[in-house]
Design a binder for this molecule. Structure first.
Ligand code: ADP
Ligand code: MG
Length: 264
């Protein structure tokens, strides 16, 4: 199972939109996918039409109570092969509960361990803070994707995120791999946007993913219908871009498999 945390210390940069649509794209490509909503705002949960307040049990219960299995809280989505570990506002109480626990940074990783073989991908939507919950996500993850809004100010914020990830790698999870920085909310065809993209690529090089997600009203509308863009409007550019992102993310694995094949 590849576990990808979608994180940035900033809000509104497309973390949830990326989590929801990347998870849906991976599932449509045939991968068994688990989407964990690790933000008490419950936006990824809502994005699939699940009402957070109506849930009896969520990822919160799994984290604070070892007797509640992940299986018990999973809800189905309208995409085959994609299930969601939902959240709601109660998840904000997990911080205090985690503080009292032993190995508090490793709790989520431990809870996910036995599901390793049931899923190909696990996508974790993080809240915009370096909370204990986010630390748990980064500890459980094998990879991280950092969505950033395509504007000049993002460069400074990004440096801070990369420094934070460096600390996490050194202290908690040496195997954590920065899969890439994802440029989001890019304005189609503007000189300014092309300029920022070029500056980002010059500065961060290969760390910037090839796929760019442009601003697209359908991506903002889809959560209102409780759907990912993949079912809401599959022919839309936003759907194509998220499918392309899924392909870019899978590529490494495919390449490895092909090399293995050649070696045999
Ligand atoms: P975060 O999870 O980082 O706070 P969201 O994914 O919730 O960010 O996005 C913030 C807002 O921007 C939401 O209203 C979302 O619908 C909208 N949004 C995100 N990505 C796009 C996009 N590519 N085009 C248009 N609107 C977008
Ligand atoms: Mg969010």
């Amino acid at each position: 199972m590849r576990t990808i945390a979608i994180t940035n210390l900033k809000g509104g940069c497309g973390k949830t939109t990326t989590s929801v649509n990347l998870a849906a794209a991976l599932a449509l490509k045939g991968y068994r996918t688990l989407l964990i909503d690790l933000d008490p705002q419950g936006h990824a949960t809502l994005g699939f039409g699940v009402i957070p307040e109506n849930l009896k049990q969520t990822i919160y219960d799994v984290i604070v109570n070892p007797r509640v299995s992940l299986q018990r809280v999973l809800v189905e989505s309208n995409v085959p092969r994609l299930v969601i570990a939902p959240s709601n506002v109660l998840l904000s109480g997990a911080e205090a509960a985690l503080m009292q626990m032993q190995n508090r940074e490793h709790v989520l990783m431990k809870r996910l361990e036995k599901y390793e073989r049931y899923f190909d991908y696990c996508i974790i939507d993080c809240s915009p803070s370096l909370s204990l919950l986010t630390l748990n996500a980064l500890d459980a993850a094998t990879e991280v994707i950092v969505p950033v809004q395509t504007h000049y100010y993002s460069i400074e914020g990004l440096k801070q995120v990369l420094e934070t990830l460096d600390i996490v790698q050194n202290r908690f999870n040496p195997l954590l791999h920065i899969r890439g920085i994802l440029l989001t909310l890019a304005e189609q065809g503007t000189i300014l946007c092309q300029d920022v993209e070029k500056q980002m690529r010059d500065y961060f090089g290969e760390l910037i993913l090839k796929t760019v997600i442009h601003r697209n009203i359908r991506l903002a509308e889809a959560p209102g219908a409780g759907e990912s863009i993949m079912t809401y409007d599959r022919m839309n550019e936003g759907a194509k871009e998220y499918m392309q992102l899924a392909e870019e993310i899978c590529y490494e694995k495919i390449r490895l498999t092909q090399t293995d094949f050649v070696n045999i």
